[in-house]
Design a binder for this molecule. Structure first.
Ligand code: NAD
Length: 403
């Protein structure tokens, strides 16, 4: 059966009933998407969870009233789709996206899959093939396509407001606190642990946006380079220790102090206190400080955390019609921002996602050529005289007489 036929058949059997979903990997992202079931119970309901972590299974069960019999440790134990649910939300970590999704597709589930789809081209091709063979759908959480800012830009480009895109410049400036929590101290800091490069983990959204905004125009060539330059031991200021609250002489003045970010300011708590989840979901200040002191990875000095992914990178892309695009990912910005500047044959468009608006400039031909300034001056003068009802000659005489 084709994908469309499968979808149509599924629609027939469900008819108005809420979509039944299984949570696969009950981590931060999946639990975030699952909230939709609480907000719109008529549209979606959570019927089962798969996670090897008993604490996470228990939390999902409690939040969504899932019976014990429907808590699974692995996908292999999950019944086939028809017996249980219509779709799965796959929020496992990057390195197992493809393997887990293939298992789910073979069991008959449509899958909402977190980004990045895959961590290499071979896995991506295999996933594509299995989706085709099973006739199931895989939708990828490139959530920025649905952000009002990019949605409106897509509409403007699609409507031809700037003509054919000649060049797309995108930048992702990752704030110092986000950089240090996720890509220096956190899960994504080592490619071997996360299974992803910085570009895949953080900027797959931006590369997706570039290709999406130029859709119908295939990227044909790409080059890239980047480095880890700042978050390395050689850059550590004098007095920096191994752990902020243990042996650091500059902790109180350090912009990256783990104590200041995660205890005093309460930033990024869902990452910082992950290692305490088994004990408590609401740690006290003493528990937090103790954990930063002992073994919490988020308590490490940013210059000594042994991260190995880049802290800045640039990508240049060439499209089949000759258009070009660039993406700069820069970690350690004072505040996070995503900027975009598209230049086309009829105009340009630029903006910052965090501002929530963009500027569209069209090249308008006014039908005149050259001497715009003088023509403007002349028209302005004429306008002023017309308002006063006097001829230029008479006005000049009156002014001279008044002096
Ligand atoms: N779309 C976005 O903007 C966005 C933002 C952040 C993260 N992400 C992506 O979301 C994904 C999840 O990130 P997270 O922060 O929620 O991670 P997380 O570590 O909180 O969650 C992953 C969960 O998967 C479980 N798991 C591990 N192996 C499993 C298996 N074989 N079967 C089922 N479950 C398994 C883990 O126990 C854990 O609970 C990552 O791929 C990440 O890159 C996307």
């Amino acid at each position: 059966m084709s994908q469309t036929e499968n979808a149509a058949a599924d629609q027939q059997t469900r008819k108005g009933a809420p979509l039944r979903v299984v949570l696969v990997g009950a981590g931060h992202r999946t639990m975030l998407y699952a909230r939709y079931a609480k907000e719109e119970p008529d549209k979606m309901t959570v019927v089962a969870v798969v996670d090897p972590d008993p604490g996470r299974r228990a939390r999902a069960a409690e939040e969504h009233d899932i019976p014990k019999a429907r808590l699974y440790r692995q996908i292999a134990d999950l019944p086939t789709a028809k017996d249980l649910a219509d779709a799965a939300i796959n929020g496992t970590m990057d390195s197992i996206h493809v393997a887990t999704t293939i298992e789910l597709l073979h069991k008959g589930y449509d899958v909402l899959l977190e980004k990045p789809i895959a961590t290499n081209a071979e896995d991506l091709a295999e996933l594509h093939q299995v989706a085709d063979e099973t006739g199931r759908r895989v939708q990828v959480c490139h959530v920025l396509r649905h952000a009002p800012f990019y949605h409106a830009i897509k509409q403007a480009v699609h409507a031809g407001s700037i003509g054919q895109v000649i060049n797309a410049q995108l930048a992702e400036n990752v704030s110092y606190d986000h950089m240090s929590v996720s890509y220096v101290r956190g899960t994504y800091a080592e490619a071997s642990r996360a299974g992803s490069s910085m570009l895949l983990a953080k900027s797959s959204h931006d590369l997706d946006l570039m290709a999406w905004l130029l859709s119908g125009n295939r990227p044909v060539r790409a080059t890239s380079s980047g480095n880890r330059m700042f978050f390395v031991p050689e850059q550590a200021p004098e007095g920096a220790g191994q752990r902020c609250v243990v042996d650091c002489a500059i902790e109180s003045s350090c912009a990256y102090s783990a104590k200041r970010h995660y205890v005093d300011n309460g930033w990024w708590s869902f990452y910082a206190w992950q290692s305490l989840e088994g004990e408590t979901l609401d740690p006290s200040r003493e528990q937090m400080l103790e954990s930063l002191r002992i073994d919490n990875p988020y308590g490490r000095c940013v210059w000594h955390a042994e991260a190995d992914i880049v802290d800045h990178q640039v990508v240049a892309v060439e499209f089949e019609d000759g258009a070009t695009g660039s993406l700069s990912m820069i970690g350690n910005a004072a505040r996070s921002s995503r900027t975009i500047h598209l230049i086309g044959t009829k105009g340009e468009l630029f903006g910052t996602m965090q501002d929530g608006n963009f500027t569209l400039r069209e090249i308008v031909n006014t039908g005149r050529s050259g001497a715009e300034h003088q023509q403007g001056d002349r028209r302005r003068r004429r306008g002023a005289h017309a308002r006063r009802g006097r001829s230029p000659a008479r006005r000049g005489l009156r002014q001279r007489a008044a002096r």
